[in-house]
Write a protein that binds this ligand. Structure first.
Ligand code: 5GP
Length: 236
């Protein structure tokens, strides 16, 4: 299938229409941003790592009862996906305190929580993706009760499947962000990406960070961390 017009350019990806109205092509970039676009840079090879890692994890999730937008990986950077309207929420699941949760609640990073924490943020750069709860989401019409229940169920299932799978690869799943979409017939699918850009991955033994926090926090070894995730998950 061929790309036709560009529908959207985000911070890390471009999305193109195709000659099939039900399909899009996602193209992953090496561009990296953090802190709502305030910090900008390039992570060489990131687009290819994120494309391949995300597709690998989405295939695993499909096999474990989570429907996703994935159709077919086209090449290193490009993937054919089902066309969806993105539900304007960042769905965050956390197992270990880190990042904004550690800051907000005054916790040390690395503290394990008694049960997974589910958070929603309204996807809006101008507002800095503010955290919202179920009643905001229903009141604003971003999702119905039934859709939100389905999204929450999928998010916790993703956490279970990924945490178990990653543990075997020596990776601790600290937290991650998901986005869901709705097809023309109203089906909710897991969309966007699951990658070192959108997850916190720590080495199980050393707790070394193997994700975008290396870029956000100027820790160095950014490219190596992305390649290490590709190596551990896809064996290359
Ligand atoms: P935090 O709220 O601690 O900054 O992020 C929690 C988790 O969600 C982290 O794994 C982080 O990578 C992911 N996350 C939250 N917001 C965003 C976002 O706007 N973009 C990306 N790429 N990841 C996000």
């Amino acid at each position: 299938m061929e790309k036709t017009t560009q529908l959207y350019e985000g911070k890390a990806k471009k999305v193109y229409a195709t000659d099939d109205p039900g399909c899009c092509i996602v193209s992953y970039k090496d561009d990296a941003t953090a802190f709502n676009g305030l910090k900008k840079g390039t992570i060489l090879g990131k687009g290819a790592v994120n494309n391949r890692v995300s597709n690998h994890l989405m295939r695993l999730l499909e096999a474990n009862g989570v429907p996703t937008h994935l159709i077919e990986e086209l090449n290193d950077r490009e993937t054919l996906v089902k066309r969806v309207t993105i539900v304007p929420l960042e769905v965050i699941v956390r197992n270990i305190a880190a990042g904004s949760l550690a800051k907000r609640l005054g916790l040390d990073e690395g503290v394990k929580m008694r049960s997974p924490v589910l958070e929603y943020c309204y996807k809006n750069d101008d507002l800095g993706d503010p955290m919202v709860n179920d009643s905001h989401i229903l009141a604003m019409g971003w999702a119905t009760r039934a859709e939100l229940d389905q999204i929450a169920g999928y998010a916790l299932r993703v956490n279970q499947v990924l945490a178990d799978y990653l543990r075997d690869a020596g990776i601790e799943l600290i937290d991650f962000k998901l986005e869901f979409g709705k097809t023309a017939d109203g089906t909710i699918l897991l969309a966007d990406e699951i990658s070192p850009d959108t997850c916190r991955f720590w080495d199980s033994k050393t707790h070394e960070k193997l994700d975008k926090d290396r870029f956000r926090r100027d820790l160095g070894g950014v490219e190596d961390a992305y390649q290490e995730i590709l190596r551990r998950l896809l064996g290359e």
